[in-house]
Design a protein around this ligand. Structure first.
Ligand code: SF4
Length: 223
């Protein structure tokens, strides 16, 4: 059965980790700077993890390909806006996590402060939800306020290399297939992750193991 609504296509073969998307997300959503300010950890990756004010993060990873060449891969970590969102299924109250009718975006509401963070985080396959000081949970909101006014999400607007496409879901799936076909000679392992299950379609050039796809599981640290 076809799934309507919107989707992102994140083409990691075009991303050069300028992190304009991270900045645009902070700016549009009026998210505070990380506190305390992160220190240098010997990597350009910054800050070290998602937080209640950091909804999008580019992960860096160096890995060696089979032919001996070195790959420096960049991949986005943020909410995937799952089609049948496990976080929503784990919520006790139906109003805590809602689905935007136009886009299919998964939205955390104020009521998440009354949910168990441990259960919501455990349910997420991608270690995405983060909790603010008063218990409310936060993550990417697909910039639905912009999309409802015929604008692209802030991250897609800011990306200078067209590594972030956004549009009707079937169009994004078709664009992903066309891109896979085009890059196959250079990237024989290219693939789109979880294409049937999520609205954030991530296209990888190298094998999945050559990318640092998620932050370290935080469930054990939850309350
Ligand atoms: Fe929910 Fe995690 Fe899926 Fe986002 S990625 S919709 S937080 S389960």
């Amino acid at each position: 059965m076809a799934v309507n609504g919107k989707s992102f296509l994140i083409d990691t073969t075009k991303c050069f980790a300028c992190r304009s998307c991270q900045v645009a997300c902070k700016q549009w959503n009026e998210l505070a700077a990380e506190d305390p300010v992160p220190t240098n950890r010997g990597t350009y990756e910054n800050p070290p993890d998602l937080s209640h004010t950091q909804w999008l993060l580019i992960h860096f990873n160096e890995a060696e390909r089979a032919d001996g060449t070195l790959a420096w891969n960049f991949v986005r970590n943020s909410c995937r806006h799952c089609i049948d969102a496990p976080c929503k299924q784990a919520a006790q109250n139906t109003d805590s996590i809602t689905i935007d009718a136009e886009t299919g975006a998964v939205l955390f509401q104020e009521g998440t402060r009354n949910e168990s963070f441990k259960e919501i985080l455990r349910a997420c396959p991608f270690d995405v939800p983060r909790q603010g000081p008063d218990g409310q949970m936060f993550k990417c909101v697909m910039c639905v306020d912009r999309v409802h006014n015929d604008l692209l999400p802030a991250c897609a607007t800011a990306c200078p290399s067209d590594a972030i496409e956004f549009g009707d879901r079937q169009d994004m799936l078709d664009a992903a297939d066309a891109r896979l076909e085009a890059i196959r000679p250079d990237f024989p392992d290219a693939a789109v992750l979880d294409r049937h299950d999520v609205r954030l379609l991530i296209l990888l050039g190298d094998r999945e193991s050559m990318h640092r796809l998620r932050a370290a599981p935080a469930a054990a640290d939850a309350e």
